[in-house]
Design a protein around this ligand. Structure first.
Ligand code: GDD
Ligand code: MN
Length: 381
């Protein structure tokens, strides 16, 4: 281990000079609305790291609750604490990646700001890396004595177990908690992997595992996941959908974005809505088929719009008058997409004479077109 370059005791107070040299450990703490948790988190980490020089980088997505100001006022007397304020962006993975890339030490840890992760594990994790036993250490809620899960609902536990099995199966990994938000990694490994990471989602570790070069040494240390004391969780059911999108995207070798899979999934629900509406209209009214088909198309487009707004593009969610304009532009995009669908299907049918190959090609064409254009027009950044 390297000698510490700056004092780790008695550092608070206006007389403390900015640290010289690099710390031994950088800790990245993503935050969204965690103002009340900032001080307890810093204090806990500081106490856990006696004898180890550190820096803490908070990465905040412009929380309205004053998280940034709280960290800054701390940083005024302690140069080891700083905050990156991100504007116009939301997303845990992206925030953590930015924090890691801004870190100074050779080793970087990621830990949540709500004290659910056990910070007392940090020295042991660091030891693992510095002794060259691992390049990536995952603090896991499941291995051996790491009893899961005081902090999780039954539903979250089941979903989590299912997701873990699926991940290990598909990525051919064997880690007990690939969804952990608490881990430590060599800085140079992150520099290499960073360009392949997806910034949108919640599951950064999963993404790191999928993108990791062969030969990356992985170790696990168990811990007890604690219940949240203050504030509330930002994870919801939609995160499961994100997770599936990310997994499929990785399986496609990064060539298809996770967002496209969500869009395609919504499209598939639209087909069901369309057929159900068509059937209902034909059986309960006497309107002609054409009119029923048109009505069904509008109902399906409308439901697709709101689902995409709530799921696929929820980081750019449209509200109020914006949602109304968005809906109109979505109708327009989908209408052109339908023309493209029919055109492409016709072309293929003329050459190939297979109705289903032509049908699938047309539908794919429409999906790609609707996705590309609606993400530029309806949900433009
Ligand atoms: N910058 C930023 N942007 N931070 C965010 C965002 C965001 O969009 N969303 C959440 N965070 C921060 C929270 O403020 C918190 O510090 C941390 O990310 C985790 O969010 P929680 O809302 O507390 O998530 P959780 O407790 O349900 O789940 C966490 O722990 C699990 C177990 O380790 C996450 O880390 C999961 O990924 C993890 O599986
Ligand atoms: Mn939490």
């Amino acid at each position: 281990p390297r000698p510490d370059t700056f004092s780790t005791t008695d550092v608070r107070g206006p007389t403390h000079d900015a640290p010289v040299g690099r710390p031994r450990l950088s800790i990245v703490v993503p935050t969204y609305c965690e103002a009340e948790n900032v001080a307890p988190t810093i204090t806990a980490i500081d106490a856990a790291l006696t004898g180890i020089s550190w820096e803490i980088i908070f990465v905040d997505d412009d929380s309205p609750d004053g998280t940034v100001e709280t960290v800054r006022s701390f940083g005024e007397h302690d140069g080891r604490v700083r905050v990156i304020r991100r504007i116009g962006r939301r997303g845990l993975a992206g925030a953590v990646i930015e924090g890691m890339l801004a870190s100074a030490a050779d080793t970087v840890a990621v830990i949540d700001a709500d004290l659910q992760h056990d910070e007392k594990l940090l020295p042991k994790m660091l030891e693992n890396i510095e002794a060259d036993q691992a390049d990536l250490v995952i603090a896991t809620r499941y291995a051996q004595s790491g009893a899961a899960d005081a902090g999780f609902s039954k539903l979250r536990q089941n979903a989590s177990t299912f997701a873990t099995r699926l991940t290990n199966l598909l990525l051919r990994t064997n880690v007990s908690d690939p969804m952990s938000g608490f881990f430590m990694i060599r800085r140079d490994a992150i520099d290499k992997i960073a360009p392949n990471l997806t910034t949108g989602g919640f599951k950064l570790l999963l993404d790191i595992l999928a993108s990791a070069p062969a030969g990356l040494k992985i170790a696990e240390v168990p811990y007890q996941f604690r219940p949240r004391q203050l504030g509330k969780s930002k994870l919801d059911a939609l995160v499961i959908a994100d997770f599936l999108g990310l997994l499929l995207s990785k399986l496609s070798g990064n060539s298809i974005s996770p967002r496209f899979f969500l869009f395609a999934f919504v499209g598939a629900t639209g087909l069901v809505v369309h057929l159900a509406t068509l059937r209902a209209a034909l059986t309960t009214t006497h309107i002609p088929f054409n009119a029923a088909q048109l009505a069904a198309a509008f109902v399906a487009m409308t439901s697709n719009f709101f689902l995409n707004n709530a799921l696929t593009f929820r980081d750019r969610r449209l509200t109020g008058i914006g949602a109304f304009k968005g809906l109109l532009s979505f109708y327009l995009v989908c209408s052109v997409g339908t023309l493209a669908n029919v055109g492409v299907a016709e072309l293929i049918y003329l050459r190939d004479a297979s109705w289903w190959r032509a049908g699938i090609a047309g539908a794919l064409m429409a999906a790609v077109f609707n996705y590309a254009v609606s993400s530029m027009l309806t949900w433009r950044k």
